[in-house]
Write a protein that binds this ligand. Structure first.
Ligand code: DC
Length: 209
């Protein structure tokens, strides 16, 4: 069983994907962590994330180890740093570089080929990486709800967080290379008024019929 999940930042995708994978006894791949890991490597080398040529060079040199609970970049544990504000504000520029996308998409396809099953989550999984997945889902929520969830988790001002989320959506949706879009074959799940448990139950029902 291969499950592909796309959706915008803060829609609850990662939590849901992790839970569904664990319920089904299969592995989970967070592709956003891969873009974040490359961004961490770019920033550690003091390279400008919008300098595509240098970013591509870094991408080829990096040694990435990405597992369910740890991200190691060139031997350095970057698990917390990839979620920090520096990486978060630079990741969109790195993810907009076509060669970086090609490089990571190959790794993602190899990951699933090796296992034959898994839950893979990101922005272009249903459209580009695994268009033949058994189940394709687009998990979303209103920008307001996504901002409220983020503030409940890590604090901040809800209006400012909502504005930042809307800005990141805009960048992810309007970039030339594999913009975030809804596959015509994907089932859309709006989690604005659903709990995590409801969403997981909904997906398991679709899998198990
Ligand atoms: O899901 P996330 O917030 O960790 O993703 C980090 C960034 O990477 C986000 O700006 C979108 C980008 N991304 C992408 O372009 N394609 C993916 N498959 C996953 C993430």
């Amino acid at each position: 069983m291969i499950i592909a999940i796309d959706g915008p930042a803060g829609a609850g995708k990662s939590t849901v994907a992790r839970r569904v994978a664990s319920e089904l006894g299969i592995e989970y791949l967070d592709t956003g962590a891969m873009y974040r890991a490359v961004t961490f490597g770019v920033l550690s080398r003091e390279i400008d994330p919008s300098d595509a040529e240098s970013v591509i060079g870094v991408c080829r040199q990096l040694v990435l180890e990405i597992s369910v609970d740890r991200v190691v970049v060139d031997g350095v544990d970057a698990t917390s740093a990839i979620r920090g504000p520096e990486v978060t504000s630079a990741v969109s520029a790195v993810a907009a570089t076509p060669e970086v996308r090609q490089f990571l998409v190959e790794l993602q396809r190899a990951w699933i080929l090796e296992r034959g099953a898994g839950v893979v989550e990101g922005r272009d999984i249903t459209t580009v990486v695994l268009p033949d997945a058994d189940l394709k889902l687009f998990v979303t929520a209103s920008p307001r709800v996504r901002a409220e969830r983020r503030v409940a988790e890590s604090g901040g001002d809800v209006d400012a967080v909502e504005a930042a989320i809307a800005e990141r959506d805009r960048r992810d949706e309007t970039r030339a290379a594999s913009p975030l879009s809804i596959s015509s074959e994907a089932v859309v799940i709006d989690t604005s008024e659903m709990s995590i448990d409801d969403v997981v139950a909904d997906i398991l029902e679709r899998v198990q019929g």
